[in-house]
Ligand binder design. Structure first.
Ligand code: SF4
Ligand code: SF4
Length: 424
């Protein structure tokens, strides 16, 4: 993916308090699921009343987030940061998160990209985050001692296995520490959020600060727990401002402290001191009804071994090249890992999300089930062989040619590209 390095990182209002009156952030709520359960968390997907992390009025797909972002920027040009902060964990929704980040980077190269995670599953994505210049990452670490962590987390899920108690807390901590090391090795600015829970970890924040300093973390944000009723910690009182300041003074011995955090919603928009979330609510709701048309999907995915020929079957490809028409030429703009094999039809639904901004996928062959799933999702599989550029002409210029193998472009479908590839 081509990136223009025109970003001014001082314009991140969370990492630079001086910027908070001038520059703002937009949170794109594309990540509903979570892979751990914090005992203070109560996520809400259709909430307009509460102002705290974990709530949003709507969930967007990455494509809808693209349209939403464009509409917001037209009215609020002070936005310099696009972030994903839930309402669940971005990397429990890795495909949606990465598709959204790639979309923002492609359409708004000057935008600072930021993501906030519990750290459980961010590890495998760090290289790609660095590649698309995600410059700011927040990891929430509430404990560096599993004996304390096990009180904070009800469970931790790794794939299909759920861990409870100390085992879960140990696993989460090891993933968090590994993720922070890897992020720093890739020169990414890391903030750690530590949720302060009276009687659980309030005496432990110094240990967290100490260890985070050793790992090279840049900023520590000690956040007062928000007591959500109907959660195990619903009866614990929120720490007072005085307590929080005392804790921050201790934390400051090790790391710079964030003192201006406004504990934003997962769909927050605007400046930290001039929030516009309410003003853009109807815009957000409207965007949930948008389905990208074939015309709005600007890319074409290609299954290729070497980048010259279309020569891989859909099921065989481990990566797809993403091509676009730029002026009167075709350019490769990205490369994406495919969904893991072995997941049954789930794999094809995941692939449809990974290729959510593509109008077609050029392959040497495709089975009926994946073809149906991708077609329904708006990504038309086209069987072809020969040079990639000739295949791209088929898609972008409706040029039927000898590369086409003559199947899987049903004209009964309104999204039919009219490639002349043979109907029925
Ligand atoms: Fe909630 Fe975030 Fe904890 Fe997940 S990581 S349970 S979304 S607070
Ligand atoms: Fe910034 Fe805090 Fe809001 Fe996150 S929750 S966007 S760190 S102010």
């Amino acid at each position: 993916m081509k990136i223009l390095s025109t970003k001014d990182y001082h314009r991140h209002p969370c990492f630079n308090a001086k910027a908070k009156g001038q520059y703002g952030r937009i949170h794109l709520p594309v990540a509903p699921k979570c892979n751990i359960k914090c005992n203070f968390c109560d996520r809400k997907y259709d909430c307009v009343n509460e102002s705290r992390p974990g709530v949003t009025s709507n969930i967007l797909t990455p494509e809808q987030a693209g349209v939403y972002m464009q509409r917001v920027l037209e009215k609020e040009p002070r936005i310099t940061v696009a972030g994903i902060a839930g309402p669940g964990d971005p990397f429990a929704n890795g495909e949606e998160t990465m598709a959204t980040m790639r979309m923002v980077r492609q359409n708004h190269p000057e935008m600072i990209l930021c993501v906030s995670s519990n750290g459980m599953n961010i590890g495998p994505y760090v290289e790609e985050l660095a590649e698309i210049e995600v410059s700011h990452v927040t990891i929430t670490v509430c404990a560096v001692d599993p004996a304390i962590g096990e009180k904070v987390y009800a469970w931790v899920k790794d794939g299909n296995v759920v861990y409870h108690g100390k085992q879960g807390a140990e696993l989460l901590l090891s993933r968090q520490l590994g993720a922070i090391k890897k992020l720093k090795a890739h020169n990414i600015t890391v903030k750690v959020n530590c949720i302060v829970i009276p009687g659980i970890n309030d005496h432990h924040v110094e240990d967290v600060a100490k260890m985070m300093k050793e790992l090279g973390v840049d900023l520590l944000n000690c956040m007062a727990m928000f007591p959500n009723v109907n959660t195990p910690f619903g009866n614990i009182e929120q720490p007072s401002k005085k307590t929080m300041e005392e804790i921050r003074v201790v934390g400051e011995k090790y790391l710079p402290q964030m003192r201006h955090c406004t504990r934003c919603r997962a769909d927050a928009v605007g400046l930290l001191g001039d929030d516009k979330t309410e003003d853009f609510r109807s815009c957000l709701t409207e965007c949930t009804t948008i389905k990208p048309t074939a015309k709005e999907r600007t890319y074409v995915a290609v299954a290729t071994r070497e980048g010259v020929l279309i020569n891989q079957h859909l099921g065989e490809a481990k990566r797809f090249q993403i091509w676009a028409r730029v002026g009167d030429k075709y350019e490769k703009v990205d490369e994406r890992k495919t969904a893991e094999a072995g997941g049954g039809i789930k794999r094809w639904h995941q692939l449809a999300k990974i290729l959510g901004d593509c109008k077609a996928v050029l392959v040497s062959g495709v089975g009926q089930t994946p073809s149906d799933i991708l077609t329904k999702a708006g990504v038309k599989p086209i069987e072809a062989s020969g040079f990639i550029e000739d295949g791209l002409e088929v898609v972008y210029e409706n040029k039927a040619n000898k590369l086409l193998k003559g199947r899987r472009t049903s004209c009964a479908d309104s999204a039919c590209l009219g490639t002349g590839g043979g109907c029925g």
